[in-house]
Ligand binder design. Sequence first.
Ligand code: ADP
Ligand code: MG
Length: 726
Amino acid sequence: MTTGIPLSRLLKTHFGYDSFRPLQREIVEAALARRDVLAILPTGAGKSLCYQLPALAREGVTLVVSPLIALMKDQVDQLTAAGVAATFLNSTLGMQENRDRIEAIRNGDFKLVYLAPERLMSGAFLAEVQRWNVTALAVDEAHCISEWGHDFRPEYRRLRELRQALPQVPAIALTATATPRVRDDILVQLGLRDPAAFLASFNRPNLNYLVEPKQDALARVVHFIRERGQESGIVYAQSRKRTEELAASLRASGIPAVCYHAGLETAERARNQEAFLRDEVRVVCATVAFGMGINKPDVRFVIHADLPKNLEGYYQETGRAGRDGLPADCLLLFTRGDIVKQQRFIADISDEEARDNAREQLEHMADFAESDACRRIGLLDYFGESWPEENCGACDNCLAPRGNWDATVETQKLISCVIRVKQAGGPPVGIRHLADILAGSRAEKILARKHDKLSTYGIGKEHSAAKWAEIARTLVRKGWFAVDGGNYPVISVTDEGVAILRERRAVSLTRLMEGEKTTTRRAGDIECDAELFEALRNHRKQVADAAGVPPYVVFSDVSLRHMAREYPGDKAAFARIPGVGDRKLNDYGPGFLREVSTWLETHERRKFAPLPDPRASVPKPVLNGTTFATLELWRAGKNMDEIAAKRGLAISTIESHLGAIIESGEDIDPRRCYSEKEEAEMRAAFEGSDDLALKPIFEQLGGRMSYGKLRLFRAIEARGASLQPA
Ligand code: ADP
Ligand code: MG
């Protein structure tokens, strides 16, 4: 079935890469072993390669279903430039062209055929597909199959019929987003059989996360982009009008920018997107409508000029930066006013469940923006992932900790004020009201409730009401205040808050955010001769325009940066540049080599420190679909009973899943599996036993401990043992 050429050879000759990114090799190998595969990897992880490389390594043709027509051409252009026989079928083709392509596919002229899901709606087409020598099926953006996902495509449901038409053909499903519900949908809808499932970390190491207080957003956005040379980026804003304002401000400052939103004509939208992809404009100012179709690998910054609705959206949108692995900045401009604005929209949602849900999501988003802790940890935590270190070194809070101030007195005033309000009777109050009492406001609501008679009234004149509100919110995040109620959230003091006041504990709080943030850490950076890089970039643009493709189809910025630090002088040296495969070496090598040699006639060659080894990556576990589902719930903090109930499986099954999970290398906290007392009991029993068989131990313990628990204990102990030096 396979061509017998080693994978690493194929990787270099076609794609020009020397090493696999994390999980790519494992996924490719599982696919080539004819297994069904589910791959959940973040944006920029290199999912395309996971089905493109196997397609080259086996006989026959791989069908790729992908949701966006615009992206299909892009992908086929990239493959063609790399010398891979690929084509697509979608509604943009004329009848004759369509017939010709189908004829060529029947002839076996292509290794990969991209299909629009609409094609699957026709029975005749399914019959046609059966005449081809299809040896694999790839479903990109597989979350589109699920109604629970954010990009549901009804046509994706027809993939079932395609599967039935090709019963022997293994399938690989790829996505960057899959909540457990979506993931289960993918498994069921595609009928994946005992799939090899892969879940990569959602951390994006090359992204820097920055949050700044929002003041004069237009000026700040212009300034931020001006500082970034020729780099491309996206500015997200909440309304169509804002995107137009932003684009106009940028243009007025000499920065080529366009806008993108659902209110534009289809043709104009396509034109603006194309201009961005082709580096004709640097910036797109967009609503969230601008998204999935953006394959551009060298987006160097994403700015949120307004607060996103939820962390999921924030992660998706910032995720469009830095697909190429080079450093990129994500700037969020934040003001409380944006929360208030969105709360107003939310209050208008008629469905109660949807409203509560939106409110909760907004709260998470606000907490993230206001937090003084590591942004990366906050973000990953939301997706149920933990981060091994305390300081990520690449977010504003880790790069420039804000320092502390003594808030003992302020905290006492706030807490006792809430207590006084409660003692005075009547309904509890919200943060604004509380702040107004302390600041001594004469507002109607204060006087009406006689809160100007409280002993705490006006005892906080040293700060503005806004500042008091800000401090109060910090106390909420600290868990000393609790917030309850939907439309009108009110404050109460938690037990811990009461203790703080009673024990007169000293309180030190993080300073509030202020000023502009700078980034220093540049993870993934490739140091190079910046001027030569610009010269090569210009050359790339000319080559791309002549071929009618976006510049990144010719070479990525990564390749150009390597050229601009290694100064290749001949074909052999050029072939060693990452991203240079056989075809690109022949097609583009001579032109770029000429650029470099011309450059060296008038410039000194510079020296750069060596780059870290990209292969220093951690392998991740390979688990089957059902075990994987258990792992996700476990990571989300569910205990064994909850997982069993949720999945409708026996506890013993869940225990044995966990055993397999431990054996695959996942770090599982024994404390979540059994108590210390149970552990001691099991340890004593195992130590008193000659072999590791479970039955005698089970009997010795009189059945007090289930087989599953014993198996888990054994797996955890074995893991500990294997970590010991031999
Ligand atoms: P995804 O679909 O997961 O978002 P892509 O398949 O679009 O990611 O790949 C993102 C970028 O990573 C592309 O520019 C691609 O060329 C690059 N890439 C993929 N695999 C490798 C690799 N093994 N080494 C270097 N670059 C890679
Ligand atoms: Mg992709």
